[in-house]
Design a binder for this molecule. Sequence first.
Ligand code: AHG
Ligand code: MN
Ligand code: MN
Length: 359
Amino acid sequence: MQDGRTTLSKFLIDTLDRKPGPESASGLSALLIDVAASIKTISAALTKGALGGNYGSAETHNTHGEEQKKLDLATNEIFLQHCEWDGLLAGMVSEEMEGVYAIPDAYPRGEYLLAFDPLDGSSNIDINGVVGSIFSVLRVNGTAGDAAFLRPGREQVAAGYAIYGPSTMLVLSVGNGTHGFTLERDVGNFVLTHSDIRIPEDSCEFAINASNERFWEPPVRRYVQECKDGKSGCRQRDFNMRWIASMVAEVHRILMRGGVFMYPRDFKTPAMQGRLRMLYEASPMSFLVEQAGGMSITGRERILDVKPQALHERVPVILGSKNEVARIGRYHGEYDRGEDKPYTSPLFNERSLFLPDPV
Ligand code: AHG
Ligand code: MN
Ligand code: MN
């Protein structure tokens, strides 16, 4: 299919509906069109900026105890309204809702489950920074309770995100590569502009919230220190660091030009396994990254193989260029087996109370 000529509908008809397979008869493409409609509506609302009267806090908190912005709630409603009526869904899960959202009785029930983060990076919204939406689609097996959603990410039938930047893009995978569509605003179509995105296997760019450095595990500190040592260190080349604080923006950059994004396990809040949420952040993004030839791990496991235990479970995330992510995975293995060189920063040796006992 030709970049610049193929609309999202054409792409889905060609990729799903005209291919014999379980998805063709069951309306996955129609569901994705409804998700795309949510994204267009959100894009229009965000473009209004402060003039839309939607900036600021809603003065409520979500299930993670995070303050909800007015736009977190408004974008959540947009997803629900566009997707609940079509008879294709059996239930929905969102960052902004505690439990599974049951399809209202007025509408027929379908075969799919949708999990979404309606507004990712919402701390950037009031500063007119880049934000996004992330979504994941599973096929229901039985009743649409919590258990139906608690499946390893490799079982997703579709995953994607929208990025609301200078242009709005939808990046999507239905399991045959990762493809990017740009919103042609005056017409209202998503047009294929980035077919079969491939993440370069090597990279010199990494993204991590460095303010958490003192809480990181030794393998992550080892990797980042080596990057910072640049040409004079063992990597023998200089690295760049980027941090936008919006997972969508980081993953998008990595899909476009490679790199590594990390929100690793840390000891800032020991009870918390990472910062990002499995169902509507880590799992769909890992699917897109793998479909583009990249790699996505917790440090110790492939994320798509992890079976979540709770709807809002968090998970450590290290994703991006294959060779870099594999290296970080190797560092975790060496550390766990006690083969790692001891970390030499005097600061951290002194403050080793932040770290677990070496195994
Ligand atoms: P959300 O706005 O949906 O709560 O998600 C924000 C996430 C993610 O987008 C980003 O990578 C990370 O939180 C930023 O974390 P810091 O606040 O530590 O920078
Ligand atoms: Mn998010
Ligand atoms: Mn969010």
